[in-house]
Every structure is written in C-alpha cells, then in structure tokens.
Write a protein that binds this ligand. Structure first.
Ligand SMILES: NC(=O)c1ccc[n+]([C@@H]2O[C@H](COP(=O)([O-])OP(=O)(O)OC[C@H]3O[C@@H](n4cnc5c(N)ncnc54)[C@H](OP(=O)(O)O)[C@@H]3O)[C@@H](O)[C@H]2O)c1
Length: 264
C-alpha cells in the first residue's frame, strides 16, 4: 500500500479530534492542508508534522466564510489537487432549545451543516478530477439519536448525515465517494465541564481523540459508507430506528439529571 496516497484537506485541524487525525493521517499523505482559525496552533502542528515527509500546508480562516473555501480551493489547486476532504470542524452547545438565541442556532447550523456542504461543493470539481476521491463527513452518534439539550447540534449532525447519504448516491457513478463517520462522546474541548460532569453521572462513556483517529484511519481502509463508534451506542441507534419508544423511555428516565445540568 503506498504510504503517500492522500492529497488531503482536513478542517478543524487544531481541535482535539482534528489534531489526532492530522498526526495519524500525515504519514500517509503526499500533501495535507490543515484548516483552522488559530494560526499559532496551525503553525505548531505544521512544524511537528514536517518530520512525516508529507508536504504540510496550513490555512487560517472561518469555515463559515465562503471566501475561506475559495482560498482553500486555490491552495489545493496549487498543491496538485486533492483526493480526500475530511469535514471535521464543528461546534456544539448544550442548552435548552427555548433558551438558545436565533443567532446561536443559526451559527451552529452554519458551522456544522452549511459550511461542510458549501466547502464540499467548492472542492467537488477538484475531487472529481481524481481517479478515486472521497469526502468524509465527521458526524456524531447524535446524528442518529435526538438528545435533550442538544436539539440544534443533533439537527446539524442528522442533516450532515442526510447530506452525506444524498450526495453519495448522487455521485455513485463518479470517482467520488461520500461517507459519514460518527464518534460517540470524546474527551475534547468541544464538551464543556458541565457536559463532562453530566456524561459521568449518566455513565456515558467517552473515547480519547487518539482512539477516534485510529478508528477513522481504519474506516478509510474500508468501503463502508458509515461508521458508528461504540457498541452500546450502535445498539441504541438500532433500537432508536426500530423501536423508538424504548429510547424515548430510557431518555425520559435520564431527563431529571439532564435538566439539572441544563440549569447550571
Ligand atoms: N468531542 C466529542 O464528544 C464529539 C463527539 C461526536 C462528534 N464530534 C465531532 O468531531 C468534530 C471535531 O470535534 P472536536 O471534539 O475535536 O472539537 P474541538 O476540539 O472543539 O475542535 C473543533 C475544531 O473545529 C474548528 N472550528 C469550529 N468552528 C469553526 C469555524 N467557524 N471555522 C473554522 N474552524 C472551526 C475549531 O477551530 P478553533 O480551534 O479555531 O475553534 C477546532 O479546530 C466535530 O465535528 C464534532 O461535532 C465530537
């Protein structure tokens, strides 16, 4: 298997999961473009990954800004194209839906759903020039299970899954595949201390970002169209699809704990 087969773009590269992916992906890349907003973190990651032998480029910009997409497209063109786009940038908010402002709802949907859609669109021509290329959308177990306090976040990840499935089918006679990778709770800064404490009380298991990155690297070796992390979570998704009243009841039982943390 060639070691440098990927010409990749990774968004959210400065975050917990993003950095872990960058570290495991870089040795398999001819070139890797890292996108984030924090220039210092990007520069430090670029320096660290130089030793892998891959050509590491960085771009600082807001993923919600289409100007960033155009800059990324120009950079990808100048580096010789891309055959892998990982839409990983994302944000979350644990808050009662009724208390989220319109700006908060729109901002979250922009970053988690609209931005990966528009970035995929912007890079699609370049991806289609390759003999084989793929878009990996980093979703969530919350892209299958609606959960109290996360109505907007869950909507964004359900939406991203719908986008992934639709575009995958639309492009199924082309060289580009579109796949959905769904971590469960993971120990990164996206989860506030309140969410971490709630997860502990609910006995929700959390993975390390390194484990998530390792599973993503394994997923890249397969042709599966989606991957859910966590056996218990995958079973819960299955029950949610077939017998939704059972998760309804289980989550109703957890609601007093969830509401206690929503008030914090
Ligand atoms: N951690 C979990 O429990 C969990 C579970 C399931 C799925 N996920 C998904 O995994 C992905 C990575 O999350 P994470 O856990 O690694 O979170 P994280 O540590 O907070 O990292 C999020 C990354 O996204 C970037 N980002 C956020 N908003 C952006 C914007 N408007 N423009 C450009 N970059 C932006 C952040 O950049 P800055 O550093 O500039 O903010 C950061 O690099 C997300 O899509 C998340 O929904 C996470």
């Amino acid at each position: 298997m060639p070691q440098n087969r990927y010409k990749a773009v990774l968004t959210g590269a400065t975050g917990g999961i993003g950095q872990a992916i960058a570290r495991q992906l870089a040795p398999q890349c001819e070139h890797l473009i890292l996108l984030g907003r924090n220039e210092a973190k990007l520069a430090s990651l670029q320096q660290e990954l130089a030793a892998t032998g891959a050509k590491i480029e960085v771009l600082a910009g807001d993923i919600g800004d289409t100007h960033t997409h155009q800059r990324l497209e120009a950079l990808a063109k100048s580096t010789g194209g891309i055959n892998l786009l990982i839409n990983n940038a994302g944000t979350s908010q644990f808050k009662s839906f009724n208390e989220q402002s319109s700006d908060e709802i729109q901002g979250l949907l922009n970053t988690n759903l609209l931005a990966p859609m528009l970035l995929s669109k912007c890079l699609l021509d370049l991806l289609q020039k390759e003999a084989k290329a793929e878009i990996i959308n980093i979703g969530s177990i919350f892209g299958y299970i609606g959960f109290p306090g996360f109505a907007t976040y869950c909507s964004s990840k359900f939406g991203l899954r719908g986008f992934s499935q639709s575009l995958r089918r639309e492009l199924s006679d082309t060289s580009v595949s579109v796949r959905y990778f769904a971590p469960r709770a993971t120990k990164t800064p996206i989860n506030s201390d309140t969410v971490m404490q709630m997860n502990a009380e609910l006995k929700t298991e959390s993975d390390t970002p390194e484990y998530v990155a390792t599973e993503l690297m394994k997923f890249l070796q397969t042709n599966a169209w989606e991957k859910k992390l966590g056996g218990k979570e995958a079973f819960f998704v299955f029950m949610n699809q077939l017998f939704p009243k059972l998760p309804d009841k289980a989550i109703l039982g957890q609601l007093p704990i969830i509401k206690k943390y929503l008030k914090k």
